[in-house]
Design a protein. Structure first.
Length: 146
């Protein structure tokens, strides 16, 4: 498998969470990942994209999400989900399990915890009123397909 890179940009609406999941699945398919690996990557991507949809653009709800996907020949997949919204003031607090700024009954505050449990590494970078960039990294077990 050669190194690969794909970038897609889409508007921040809930309908595009499914699109983003499908892009992640399609991008990783050539590595012949296990069902579990694909499910984990799709779920992590879903959480990152739904955060951008729900939290980034406030009441206007208008904005773009950029998704960059990279893979190395060794099977390491890097997925960047970026928005240009309100940003996160306190990243450490936001990443803590159960922390949410949304209505409690609406969301559970487990998005970042889910991303962390399903990926090898999660990097969150954010600047107030500039946007947020979540980097999800996972190395697939390439020995499975042999
Ligand atoms: N892309 C984003 N833009 C702005 N704020 C965000 C973004 N992603 C996450 N946040 C903040 O981090 C908090 C925690 O996110 P998360 O763990 O996914 O829980 P939830 O989405 O259920 O609130 C959110 O409530 C929100 O305040
Ligand atoms: Mg969330």
């Amino acid at each position: 498998m050669k190194d690969n890179a794909v970038t897609v940009e889409f508007i921040a609406i809930p309908e595009n969470e499914k699109f983003a999941r499908m892009v992640a699945a399609a991008f990783t398919a050539p590595f012949d990942p296990t069902v579990e690996e694909v499910t984990e990557i799709k779920t992590a991507v879903s959480e990152a994209v739904s955060n951008a949809v729900i939290h980034a653009y406030g009441a206007s709800g208008k904005g773009l999400i950029r998704m960059e996907l990279w893979s190395s020949e060794k099977g390491t997949v890097t997925i960047v989900v970026e928005d240009y919204g309100i940003g996160i003031e306190d990243i450490t607090a936001a990443r803590a399990p159960l922390f949410t700024t949304a209505a409690v009954e609406e969301r559970s505050g487990m998005g970042f915890a889910i991303m962390e449990s399903f990926m090898d590494k999660v990097v969150v970078e954010s600047e107030k009123d500039k946007g947020t960039r979540v980097t999800l990294i996972k190395t697939l077990d390439l020995s499975c397909g042999l």
